[in-house]
Design a protein around this ligand. Structure first.
Ligand SMILES: C[S@@+](CC[C@H](N)C(=O)[O-])C[C@H]1O[C@@H](n2cnc3c(N)ncnc32)[C@H](O)[C@@H]1O
Length: 266
């Protein structure tokens, strides 16, 4: 009984925190003109051109079809808290990230948190259009129907899963895969050796374990390897204060793709 009460009170606190952060970021993004995605582009027209590239529209249609396969193959759980989820960054935010990659044309990119592979597919499409870049993604996937020991994943993890019999990133179209390497494992173990090997990177996206500790760990680990003017993007910045704290600590300006996706430049 006491456990249930403390669980409910934790959820209520977390949801109130999300709502507060979401609206405060929405406010910062919309009313502080220097913080939005638009400021990175020469003009609204340039940003619009990337957001609406025909290939992006084609990719969204393709991913919608793959989502139907996901739904057919994966059972739903019993409540919104434990149902199996697609777990993707929204198409709107993915298009924003796509535009950033098109504009900045990074050469070496690293991403944590692949799951079914939606953000990865958008990044790879932008790289394909740029004819430039190499992306390494790290993912520790949860596979639908598999039993995991307690503590296998971080405490607040939702239901983001891949269907049985698939690899992380299974939705990524075949023709986009030649610039991509997947590393399966936890970012806590795999990110430091990867960065030692790559030495310098131009672009990083966090979308794995959204505990404060792991987000801060990834930002701090990556920042050292990020080139000057390199870009660090983070999904789920409304889960906790890690992104705000990191920007303050490194004295970097926070930008927003959307209220839940932030970025900064080194
Ligand atoms: C929200 S999903 C990623 C969604 C993906 N970016 C997209 O747009 O489709 C998070 C993924 O990170 C994985 N994950 C959880 N903890 C992790 C960790 N410590 N290291 C690496 N991946 C982790 C989850 O199992 C899941 O596959």
């Amino acid at each position: 009984m006491n456990d249930n009460i403390s669980e409910i009170s934790r959820s209520v606190k977390q949801i109130s925190f999300f709502i507060y952060k979401y609206f405060s970021n929405l406010f910062k993004k919309n009313f502080n003109r220097n913080n939005s995605l638009k400021t990175i582009f020469k003009s609204k027209k340039e940003l619009k051109k990337y957001l609406h590239e025909p290939e992006v529209i084609g990719l969204v249609d393709d991913l919608r079809e793959k989502r139907k396969i996901f739904r057919k193959q994966v059972d739903s759980g019993t409540s919104i808290w434990d149902s199996y989820r697609w777990g993707a960054i929204s198409y709107k935010d993915c298009r924003g990230m796509y535009s950033l990659v098109r504009k900045l044309k990074p050469e070496i990119l690293v991403e944590t948190g692949v799951c079914n592979g939606i953000s990865t597919a958008f990044i790879l499409l932008a790289m394909n259009k740029n004819k430039k870049g190499k992306l390494v993604s790290i993912d520790y996937p949860q596979i639908a129907g598999t039993n995991y020991e307690n503590g296998a994943f971080w405490e607040g993890k939702g239901g983001a899963m891949i269907p049985e019999g698939h690899q992380p990133g299974w939705v990524i179209p075949q023709h986009l895969r030649d610039r991509w390497t997947l590393i399966v494992g936890k970012s806590q173990d795999k990110l430091p050796p990867l960065l030692s090997e790559l030495k310098e990177i131009d672009f990083f996206l966090h979308d794995s374990d959204h505990s404060y500790e792991c987000m801060m760990f990834e930002y701090e680990t990556v920042f050292g390897a990020l080139k000057n003017k390199g870009i660090l993007v983070s999904d789920d910045i409304v889960w906790n204060n890690s992104f705000d704290d990191f920007c303050k600590k490194t004295k970097r300006k926070e930008y927003y793709v959307g209220p839940n996706v932030g970025f900064l430049f080194k």
